[in-house]
Design a protein around this ligand. Structure first.
Ligand SMILES: Cc1cc2nc3c(=O)[nH]c(=O)nc-3n(C[C@H](O)[C@H](O)[C@H](O)COP(=O)(O)OP(=O)(O)OC[C@H]3O[C@@H](n4cnc5c(N)ncnc54)[C@H](O)[C@@H]3O)c2cc1C
Length: 337
């Protein structure tokens, strides 16, 4: 095996690709998004000629495992991450710093993508087994990419949709059942940019776990240090609110959040807002292994990403995705040499 196509330029796909490239494989990463990072996402918000930023996916990064901690420390040394505050201990784990990226979370993805061949803005729409061995992957840009092995790090329901384009079944009944058992919760992210001179009432260091009916979390990106020129807020809804209002029009959503938001933001300070719907936000029922390799597939086909968290954290994290990507790379290199 020589060539590997990694579907997904989130943290799992990028770290797997780096690892595989270092081991001598010919690696290409492809992502439907215009930018790198997947759920490591930062949006620009323009207000009267000033540019603000808001992280609307992952808010901070924690590190518990030595390998990921070493990467986080490396990014801290290189100015990509800095400590925001300390996370309370959970599930028997000790306290750990919460790291944020001063340039926004996408900076982490850019750092992890250094030196990789990445095709952005290109969606994989179909898979075929190649007669000569390996895979033929069709994209929405009318391209066909040949690869000896495939690593799919898209959220699992999207990965299964791709597998279902194959002319033959590659998953055993047990594999399919375990993939279909993985569950995600949705979230709607609303980003507000504030008028010049206005600030929020979120207390330092710029985060509040609201735990309300509609709003779960509010972050003040200016206090967080990623949006010095414009005060911006990121609001994450609860999963139940996101489910109930998945189809609700953008302009009708804001009034529905008022009761939970008002203690932290007066409505007359809002200059503009922007919205993102995360259908697959965080994994509530992960797979128990760090990756899944389709046993019945002639050419290697591996699934990875935060859904393959191994243990069962309450909600999966950036670190889970990273560890899964590395484990999948290790596996692919072992079958490919
Ligand atoms: C609102 C929110 C808040 C969060 N907060 C935190 C937090 O504070 N701390 C924390 O640690 N974690 C947090 N997380 C979770 C964390 O962001 C994820 O666990 C992690 O980023 C997932 O990485 P990944 O590489 O597995 O998947 P992703 O980042 O989702 O990457 C998968 C990629 O696959 C691409 N893709 C899908 N289908 C196709 C296709 N057909 N063709 C091409 N590309 C495709 C997607 O575009 C995407 O970029 C949060 C997530 C969300 C959404």
């Amino acid at each position: 095996m020589q060539s590997i196509l990694v579907i997904g330029a989130g943290i799992a796909g990028l770290l797997a690709a780096q690892d595989l490239q270092k081991r001598g494989f010919d690696v290409t990463v492809i992502d439907k998004g215009r930018g790198l990072g997947g759920r490591l996402a930062t949006r620009r918000l323009e207000v009267d000629g000033r540019t603000g930023k808001a992280d609307h996916g992952a808010q901070y990064i924690t590190a518990y495992e030595p390998r990921f901690e070493a990467l986080v420390r490396e990014m801290e040394r290189d100015g990509i991450l800095r400590v925001w505050r300390t996370a309370p201990s959970s599930l028997g784990q000790s306290q750990r710093p919460r790291y944020i990226a001063p340039e926004g979370m996408t900076a982490v993805a850019k750092y992890c993508a250094k030196g990789l061949a990445v095709r952005l803005g290109e969606r994989v729409v179909g898979l075929m087994s190649a007669a000569e061995g390996g895979w033929k992957v069709q994209t929405d840009k009318e391209a066909t990419i040949h690869a000896d092995a495939l690593l799919i790090t898209a959220p699992v329901p999207q990965a299964l949709m791709l597998v279902d384009t194959l002319a033959h079944e590659v998953l055993s009944a047990a594999e399919r059942m375990s993939l279909e058992a993985i569950q995600y919760e949705p979230s709607i992210a609303l980003m507000f940019a504030l008028l010049e001179g206005k600030t929020s009432q979120v207390k330092p260091p710029g985060m509040v776990f609201v735990g309300g009916v509609s709003v779960m979390w509010i972050a003040d990106n200016q206090q967080k240090g990623i949006s010095p020129d414009v005060a911006t807020l990121t609001i994450h809804t609860t999963p139940s609110f996101a489910r109930e209002h998945w189809e609700t029009r953008e302009e009708d959503l804001v009034p529905l959040l008022l009761a939970d938001v008002q203690p932290y933001l007066s409505m007359d300070s809002i200059a503009s807002y922007s919205l993102h719907r995360w259908r697959y936000s965080r994994v509530t029922a992960p797979h128990t292994e760090l990756f899944l390799a389709a046993a019945g597939s002639a050419a290697p086909l591996v699934f990875a990403g935060d859904a393959f968290a191994g243990i069962t954290p309450l909600l999966t994290r950036v670190e889970d995705a990273a560890l899964s990507g590395w484990a999948a790379a290790e596996y692919l290199s072992s079958v490919g040499t």
